[in-house]
Design a protein around this ligand. Structure first.
Ligand SMILES: NC(=O)c1ccc[n+]([C@@H]2O[C@H](COP(=O)([O-])OP(=O)(O)OC[C@H]3O[C@@H](n4cnc5c(N)ncnc54)[C@H](O)[C@@H]3O)[C@@H](O)[C@H]2O)c1
Ligand SMILES: [Zn+2]
Length: 349
């Protein structure tokens, strides 16, 4: 975790923090218009004060920008700015900015250093950690990318104050996932606040700890399996059905909401199939509801199955699924793809 910096007010010192990891150089800041309007001046000023030469590129916010067109604009911007291999790229924004900037950094001149300054809860607890970068293709999300670790990650938790609730929920669902995968501290921090009227407000005083614990859990799954062949698969808990819900709803259901539905569905199906201790689904549903996330979908198992079968994580005739065995413990089960329909029927009410 030494290259992951986390806390309140860090953005205005990002230049010094980056300066400790890289000598002053040109720094190509990549951001989206929404984040850029709020934070890019702070980032650029801090870099300048630390001796860097900041250059700024911004694009339209949102997943629809995570494509070849924006990638091409970013690498052309790097070339036009005469960025060399001794310079750096700086991703200032959520997961879309991070994935695009990381992919541009991984490929431009066969790889330059980059830094992540995540500004969404999801990017702090998930996408900025682990070194996966990439863009979407017509054929599906994240189908083109590279593994490249950032030089450092600087998460200023104050930036979360300006984030919309629906995006906050995306991060919260991943945090619940880490609790279900075994982080007892996160389970405790969430459970203590389960009766609060507004989970987001209730979590504010412990946000730094929550993000730090989340990063620790993600790293524990990633570090042993950088190329995503084994233990990292546990991080897909809730995601096979979650992606299907996102896809089948044409992305009307947000990622976090979809993953919450996916985790609850796996717990309900797991109980009926004997993988999961009785009461696990009810406990998870209570947590999910307390976080203002949904526990179920009205999309039919048939529609979900069609969407799930286009998931790139499915290999051949078998599918790897993560079932909770009890709150705080999950198991990977490899099943014939033909079992998925039954699981959806059992898991989706
Ligand atoms: N690389 C990985 O390992 C990994 C892991 C999980 C998700 N992802 C990717 O991450 C992306 C989703 O990331 P995301 O949820 O951060 O979405 P995002 O980057 O689209 O950000 C969500 C929205 O919030 C706005 N925003 C960001 N920070 C803000 C702030 N502090 N204040 C106000 N508005 C702010 C953005 O402009 C955007 O409109 C997806 O493309 C997903 O595939 C990657
Ligand atoms: Zn996710």
């Amino acid at each position: 975790m030494k290259d992951i910096h986390l806390g309140s007010g860090l953005l205005k010192n990002c230049g010094d923090i980056i300066g400790a990891a890289h000598k002053p150089c040109r720094a190509a800041i990549v951001t989206d218009y929404t984040v850029g309007a709020i934070y890019v001046t702070t980032v650029a000023d801090s870099l300048k004060a630390a001796g860097f030469e900041p250059l700024i590129f911004a694009f339209e916010a949102g997943e629809q920008s995570k494509n070849f067109e924006t990638y091409e604009k970013i690498v052309n911007f790097l070339a036009d700015s005469e960025i060399t291999r001794s310079d750096i790229a700086v991703a200032s924004g959520g997961g879309v900015v991070g994935d695009l900037t990381g992919f541009a950094a991984a490929t431009y001149m066969r790889g330059i250093d980059y830094v992540q300054l995540p500004t969404t809860l999801l990017s702090m607890v998930d996408s900025s950690v682990g070194g996966k970068t990439g863009i979407d293709l017509e054929a599906g999300k994240n189908l083109c990318g590279a593994f490249r670790k950032p030089l450092c990650v600087i998460s200023d938790t104050d930036t979360l104050d300006t984030l919309e609730d629906k995006y906050f929920g995306d991060g919260l669902a991943e945090i619940i996932k880490y609790a279900m995968l075994g982080n007892e501290k996160i389970m405790e921090l969430l459970s203590e606040r389960i009766a609060s009227d507004n989970m987001r407000d209730a979590l504010k005083p412990v946000m730094d700890e929550l993000v730090a614990e989340s990063v620790k859990t993600k790293l524990s799954f990633v570090e042993e399996d950088f190329l995503d062949n084994g233990r990292r698969k546990y991080l897909n808990f809730g995601h096979t059905i979650g992606h299907a819900v996102e896809h089948a709803s044409r992305y009307a259901v947000h990622h976090g909401a979809a993953v919450a539905i996916g985790m609850c569905a796996m717990a309900r199906a797991g109980e009926k199939l004997g993988y999961t201790e009785a009461g696990t689904a009810a406990a998870l549903e209570e947590l999910v509801r307390a976080c203002a996330l949904p526990t179920d979908t009205i999309i039919s198992p048939d529609d979900l199955e069609n969407s799930a079968l286009s998931d790139k994580k499915r290999r051949g005739s078998e599918i790897d699924l993560i079932f909770p065995t009890k709150p705080g413990h999950c198991e990977l089960v490899t099943l014939p793809v033909s079992d998925l329909h039954n699981i959806l029927c059992l898991g989706v009410k």
